[in-house]
Design a protein around this ligand. Structure first.
Ligand code: FAD
Length: 406
């Protein structure tokens, strides 16, 4: 294998976020970029396990615009020869209580402010869009026509292909071992294939992002929290064009995958792993399928979709997406270690967020006047004195547990 050469920007991690940042940088004209991943292919770790839903309805116009940029990116990539497998099937969000229905009204206001089409639909329309689901108990159903789903590994492969065409280099089976810091600023990387100089290192190392930040002398609150879903064998009536769905009160989401039902959820007692408990050169411990948790998703969902109960489960997706104590992405350069740049803290929507994250990364690094939203995601919001490890971990887990909190 040839040794590595110097680049302006070296990205650590070729998951959806790292590969997406490479594509965004290249499109903005920054093509002197190298992406390193210790896995044999891009998108092979957390990204490969993702359910692939992309929902744009969020609680603020900025967050919605970020997701809208991702959708625009998926559409653009879908028109190319290596596709993310983007299906723009729309989504239904079902409220089972009056309080949730009021939240939907507020979400529509935020969507309007961002320029996203989202509207309430009646039971008849909801049943037309998802004939197998029972909407009798629904207080409100929110429809977003431009939501959809993709195949996460294909997303990473598509970013890679399009970024390479623009001149970006990818080095897989190449592990970061250390960061070279000179006079307080990042100067390069030491890897399993030798060293290389750079002006910026982008930390997109997913569940190892805490460790990579430590190599730069930074302590950042990035906590892996377990997440799982299951897929059933194909069922009658489940077609690829059915919308994604979310049922916040049951803390469930899902879609159709290969003719089966994909059903995931946020359990009330989440399991996190302490990044101190595994070595920087190791992945977090493997996730052991938690059947009682998955069965509880199925049980809750049977209220709206009784026939799903009888379907055999054929596959489980599981992994360690990372969470931050404030539930927000970490994007941008550290002022404490110039040249060290974060692109992570995915809070379990890093695939759907990847297009927007890439855009904000470019803005925060190269726009002379980055917007307030981009600045607010900076890693500088966590200085060592501003947070306590145990408290931050507790809050990050709480972000997971209250994912659909009002
Ligand atoms: C069960 C499940 C369902 C999910 N569903 C969705 C969903 O529907 N929609 C959504 O948007 N998100 C979803 N997510 C979250 C999503 O998977 C993550 O947000 C996303 O994959 C994070 O991407 P990443 O690039 O940060 O991490 P990763 O994909 O983990 O990529 C990080 C990369 O860094 C590499 N790396 C680490 N350390 C080093 C090193 N020292 N040297 C070189 N390389 C290194 C790893 O090999 C890895 O490839 C889900 C996650 C799970 C687990």
């Amino acid at each position: 294998m040839p040794s590595l050469s110097d680049h302006e920007i070296i990205i650590i991690g070729g998951g959806a976020i790292g590969a997406g940042c490479a594509y965004a940088l290249a499109k903005a004209g920054h093509t002197d970029v190298l992406v390193l991943d210790r896995a044999d292919d891009v998108g092979a770790v957390t990204t490969a396990q993702g359910a692939g839903l992309c929902g744009q309805i969020r609680d603020s116009a900025e967050r919605i615009r970020l997701a809208m940029h991702s959708v625009a990116t998926f559409r653009e990539l879908q028109a190319g020869e290596v596709k993310p497998d983007w299906h723009e099937v729309g989504s239904v969000r079902v409220a089972l209580t009056a309080r949730r229905a009021e939240e939907f009204d507020r979400l529509i206001v935020a969507a309007d402010a961002a320029g996203l089409e989202a509207r309430l639909i009646d039971h008849a329309e909801a049943s037309r869009r998802w004939p197998l689901m029972e909407f009798d108990g629904a207080k409100s159903v929110l429809w977003c026509p431009s939501d959809g789903y993709m195949t996460p590994r294909c997303v990473a492969a598509s970013y890679r292909h399009h970024a390479e065409k623009l001149g970006v280099r990818f080095a897989t089976a190449t592990a970061l071992e250390d960061l070279l810091v000179k006079n307080g600023r990042v100067a390069g990387v030491k890897t399993s294939r030798g060293s290389a100089g750079c002006r910026y290192v982008v930390n997109a190392a997913g569940a190892n992002a805490y460790h990579v930040a430590r190599l730069a002398g930074l302590e950042l609150p990035i906590f892996p929290v377990r997440h799982e879903y299951f897929v059933t064998v194909p069922m009658d009536g489940l077609t690829a064009d059915l919308p994604c769905f979310r049922i916040p009160e049951l803390t469930l989401y899902g879609r159709v995958r290969e003719g089966g039902l994909l059903l995931g959820g946020w359990e009330p007692k989440a399991l996190s792993t302490d990044p101190h408990s595994f070595a920087p050169d190791n992945a977090p411990p493997p996730v052991v399928t938690d059947w009682p948790v998955l069965d509880s998703f199925e049980e809750s969902f049977s209220r709206l979709f009784p026939t799903a109960r009888a379907a055999q489960k054929s596959w489980v997706g599981k992994g360690w997406p990372t969470f931050t104590p404030d539930g927000r992405f970490l994007i941008g350069e550290s002022s404490r270690v110039p040249g060290f740049v974060m692109a992570g803290g995915c809070n379990a929507h890093g695939i759907s967020g990847s297009g927007g994250i890439g855009k904000l990364l470019v803005e925060s690094l190269f726009d002379p006047h980055p917007g307030e939203y981009a600045l607010s995601l900076s890693p500088d919001r966590f200085t060592e004195s501003s947070w306590d490890w145990e408290e931050a971990r507790r809050r990050a887990v709480q972000v997971y547990e209250t994912y659909y909190g009002v």
